[in-house]
Design a binder for this molecule. Sequence first.
Ligand SMILES: [Cu+2]
Length: 115
Amino acid sequence: MAVNSLRRAIVIALPAAALAQSEGVLELHVVARRFRFDPETLRVRAGVPVLLRLTSPEVPMGFNLPDFGVRTDIVPGKEAQLRFTPQRTGQFTFLCDVFCGNGHENMSGTLEVHG
Ligand SMILES: [Cu+2]
């Protein structure tokens, strides 16, 4: 719990100007539904900054990518943003970490980082 709080504080500490920059940033839209992410596979490149724009049409969700130390809550009616730069190649699991009903436990996806 303490680790999650720390991660949230780091994400919030990002300056607003950093989120507004779009040049050289890969923007991906992800919709969190019961009980899957759409899309379930995100393909990015190592070293290229990623801006995830996350929405949930139904109920509060979470997006947690533990291998990169980023997570956020996704509140219906409000876009959540996550910015990070993957430096390692491979496949990494992201998951919903806010209980959203029966099926929540299967709500995950894959970040593919290519070289
Ligand atoms: Cu969930």
